[in-house]
Write a protein that binds this ligand. Structure first.
Ligand SMILES: *Cc1c(COP(=O)(O)O)cnc(C)c1O
Length: 401
């Protein structure tokens, strides 16, 4: 390969992992190795005419960090290069990305179809916030192809889904749903936080928009919140950008820089954590105190064939049920020595959660039941520790539960 411009490396011919290291880089006049943090709100012009022309040629140069900022742009362009997306916009949090992606195009009278099995805040947006603006939510069992067919048999504006879902790791057939959704006139927005872009590429199956909580694996070390919306150039510039530049869910340059540097190790971390998660899932499925293990590529997962079709690996998250209920779950979690109790995920540290009383505590009991969230369900985000230490910690705590 010919040497490319070091100020703006061309990564078009590089393999995905290399794109995570070099993609989106824009070096300043100082020729720094590591990407710079442009901690600035605005930009200056040599003349009033230059300012006028900057506003006329929208997007041709930086004018204000709510619109675009060089450090944020490096993060956006790097993940877009890896994901195979034409356009991206980084937000303050994953929820800001979900909200902006949906509200940028939905309007009163529109239908939105989504599975019940969603992260608590995502369900709140679809079920409680959308109706306040006249958007009609239709919630279904996302694992049932007939339910999708029925829900999408009439004109629909949006489909929103998580696969695997948080926390129950339910899988939605992205390609089948996209085919039905497009016939109904709907845009498909996929929250790919659990799978990560390492394990699943929704755009390749027909999704129109992919959103991430970058707080999770993209940071990967629990340091800051962030989110990102990825889509095609037309939808991004004509629909998403006008919405976000006026409503302002913009990420800060510093947080974008943390996430940009996180991308460099994303594939290595996710692959190591996935290997450990597979080992943990196999260990748990033989444990007498465990009644069910939910891990996408485990043969006992009800949709493992589908998971293997659309994911390149099972990811870093494992859900399982232990014998008993809330008391036994709490006793087990309290007896862990290394694995930490936290509702975050995707961290270098292994984190354990009781969804029923934390992330999904505010979800209505009937909706929890539909998503399989019962007091015996435990969610584990597998970290970067030695897998043997994770297994031993779980084993000891399970024995005493
Ligand atoms: C964490 C999470 C979110 C929200 O992301 P924040 O960065 O916490 O706002 C959305 N969807 C899923 C699937 C998540 O796990």
């Amino acid at each position: 390969m010919a040497r490319t411009d070091t100020r703006k490396p061309n990564v078009a011919g590089l393999r995905p992992r290399s794109k995570l290291v070099h993609g989106g880089t824009q070096r300043s006049g100082f020729d720094e190795t590591s990407e710079a943090i442009f901690q600035t709100s605005g930009f200056v012009y040599a003349s009033a005419e230059e300012a006028e022309s900057a506003f006329l040629n929208d997007g041709q140069r930086h004018v204000y960090s709510r619109f675009r900022n060089p450090t944020c742009a490096m993060f956006e362009d790097r993940l877009a290069a890896y994901e195979g997306a034409e356009w991206a916009y980084a937000t303050t949090s994953g929820m800001a990305a979900v909200t902006a992606a949906l509200l940028s195009f939905l309007k009163a009278g529109d239908r939105i179809v989504a599975p019940f099995a969603l992260f608590g805040s995502c369900l709140h947006i679809v079920k409680n916030i959308c109706p306040r603006y006249g958007i009609v939510p239709v919630l279904i069992d996302g694992t049932d192809p007939a339910a999708w067919e029925e829900a999408l048999s009439q004109p629909t504006a949006a489909v929103f889904l998580e696969t695997p879902s948080n926390p129950g790791l339910e899988i939605v057939d992205i390609k089948a749903v996209c085919d039905l959704a497009h016939k109904a006139g709907a845009k498909v927005v996929v929250d790919n936080a659990f799978a990560t872009p390492v394990a699943q590429r929704p755009l390749e199956f027909g999704a129109d928009v992919v959103v991430y909580s970058a707080t999770k694996h993209i940071d990967g070390q629990g340091r800051c919140l962030g989110g990102i919306i990825l889509t095609d150039a037309k939808f991004g510039t004509e629909v998403i950008h006008p919405f976000v530049r006026h409503t302002g869910p913009t990420i800060s340059p510093f947080n974008a820089w943390v996430l940009l540097k996180g991308l460099e190790t994303l594939e290595l971390r996710v692959n190591a954590q996935t290997q450990a998660a597979t080992r943990v899932a196999e260990f748990l499925s033989t444990h007498p105190k465990v009644t069910q293990v939910l891990y996408p590529t485990l043969p006992s997962h009800p949709q493992h064939d589908l998971a293997r079709r659309q994911m390149t690996s099972g990811g870093t998250m494992v859900a399982f049920r232990i014998k008993g209920g809330k008391d036994e779950s709490f006793r087990f979690m309290n007896d862990l020595r290394m694995v930490l109790i936290s509702n975050n995920l995707g961290d270098a540290k292994s984190l354990i959660t009781h969804p029923d009383t934390t992330t999904h505590a505010k979800v209505a009991p009937e909706d929890k039941a539909k998503a399989g969230i019962r007091p015996d369900l435990i969610r584990l985000s597998v970290g970067l520790e030695d897998p043997q230490d994770i297994v031993e910690d779980l084993d000891r705590a399970l024995r005493s539960a």
